[in-house]
Design a protein around this ligand. Structure first.
Ligand code: TYD
Length: 206
């Protein structure tokens, strides 16, 4: 059976990546592809604890949080019931809202990025995305989107998010072997969606 594909959406909070992940899924499905949309943190054991940490209901040292994201990722890939590796191997197109570049960019703001990359080696070797789509927006835009949603998650602070955006670009240059497409999302939804569709189709060889 032909291997499927693995596409990841990345971006800072409020970048619109989740919206584009859904639009891409619908478009690929309308062409007859079997598509599975997933996200990190997951709804698994580690993911549930991560959501408690992100909303301030629990606390751990930043290095331990980085380790927990890695644990959640391994569960995401290899879980006996829900693991996405099996789906990719069975021919599906799996789209994930966040993956290891989120760890490099976010957790790499608190712990050395090289260390966070090493921590994630197993995931990088086990399931590498066919394409990581980075939805890029400018600080002014992300602030207003986040405020209009009214959330107060741990990392949703302007200065932190500026640093996170810089870290994404740092990680992209540290890892030139990763396939990454940067898509400007500071424009009309349909224009950005069209570019996402184009770069993804190219990456999956269609
Ligand atoms: P997400 O669910 O995308 O946020 P939202 O529900 O607001 O759209 O991600 C939750 C947060 O987790 C986000 O601030 C980024 C952070 N995160 C990390 O710090 N490291 C990681 O490895 C991942 C996957 C997410």
């Amino acid at each position: 059976m032909a291997r499927g594909k693995f596409i990841v959406f990345e971006g800072i909070d409020g970048s619109g990546k989740s919206t584009h992940a859904v639009l891409l899924k619908e478009r690929l499905e309308s062409e007859g592809h079997k598509v599975y949309l997933t996200r990190e943190p997951t709804d698994g054991e580690a993911g549930v604890l991560l959501r408690r940490l992100l909303t301030g209901k629990a606390d751990l040292p930043e290095q331990a949080i980085a380790g927990l994201f890695m644990t959640d990722r391994i569960d995401h890939i290899l879980n006996a019931k829900t693991g996405i590796l099996r789906r990719v191997e069975e021919g599906e197109i799996v789209i994930s809202d966040r993956y290891y570049f989120s760890s490099f960019a976010y957790n790499g703001s608190y712990a050395p990025m090289e260390w966070v990359i090493e921590l994630n080696r197993l995931a990088m070797e086990t399931l590498r995305p066919d394409l990581t789509v980075f939805m890029d927006i400018q600080p002014e835009a992300f602030l207003s989107r986040i405020e209009s949603r009214g959330t107060t998650e741990r990392y949703e602070k302007t200065e932190v998010l500026k640093k996170v955006r810089e870290n994404y670009f740092k990680a992209f240059s540290l890892l030139p072997e990763e396939k990454v497409a940067v898509v400007d999302n500071g424009r009309a939804l349909d224009e950005a969606a069209e570019e996402v569709y184009r770069v993804v189709k190219e990456a999956i060889g269609e």
